[in-house]
Design a protein around this ligand. Sequence first.
Ligand SMILES: [Fe+2]
Length: 90
Amino acid sequence: MYPEFLTNANNAGNQLALLSFNYAYKTEKKHKVLYENALAALESNNVKSLPAVFYVCPTCGNTYETTAPKRCGISMTSSEKFIKISTENL
Ligand SMILES: [Fe+2]
């Protein structure tokens, strides 16, 4: 759905919508891989192989496993603003 959203935002000249949909599209591509990895781990009864820590960019939702770069690769948000999510205490 995002390619169509991007086209519509571009045709409407709505730069804010274009930026937002671009962030969401790129981030959801990464989330798809994370979901596929989690599902494969569940199906192979190997959940402990999954990362215990994730870092989420509050600007675009981009998610990093285990470690984070200094800036988000999608929105360039500083990693100091990232939200750390740990499964270690679950
Ligand atoms: Fe980001």
